[in-house]
Design a protein around this ligand. Structure first.
Ligand code: NAG
Length: 148
């Protein structure tokens, strides 16, 4: 009985701490290559985003060179991209040391705040990081469900 309990506890622990990589679509990363997207917390997919909470987004990418980087985020509702404001647009203040070097792997880490006034809908988040000439360093899309 003791062993079974221990096993149960370790399984629950595993379920809470282990987040699998988020399934994403590359929507035209021009110069970069995205290898992983992590959203925390997101125990099951599509990620459930609770109103009033903030989520950490961690994108691993490489193969680019740029002095600057700027994030542009949209929520796509019924095919229409709607601006999804994030507090820090500057990618160079989001875990990236600029200038961005070629052939180096970077982790872009930012917060996605979910405002209480957002509607409770399922939508696709499109997250772009643009370089000096406004080309996409990366562009990713992933589905989310906003809940109250
Ligand atoms: C982002 O993800 C990478 C790769 O999974 C990991 O090594 C890094 O620690 C993460 N960074 C943060 C701030 O979560």
């Amino acid at each position: 009985a003791m062993e079974f309990r221990a096993l149960f506890i370790s399984f629950s622990f595993f379920a809470v701490t282990c987040t699998e990589p988020v399934k994403f679509i590359d929507c035209g990363s021009v110069v970069g290559k995205v290898t992983a997207v992590d959203i925390t917390p997101c125990p099951k997919q599509p990620c459930e985003l609770r109103k009033g909470q903030s989520y950490s987004v961690n994108v691993t990418f490489s193969n680019v060179a740029s002095q600057t980087s700027k994030a542009v985020v949209h929520g796509i509702v019924a095919g229409i991209p709607i601006p999804f404001p994030i507090p820090i647009e500057d990618g160079c203040k989001s875990g990236i040391v600029c200038p961005i070097q070629k052939e180096t792997s970077y982790n872009y880490v930012n917060e996605l705040p979910v405002k209480p006034e957002y509607p409770s809908i399922k939508l696709v988040v499109e997250w772009e990081l643009r370089d000096d000439s406004s080309k996409d360093l990366f562009c990713i899309k992933f589905p989310v469900q906003i809940t109250s």
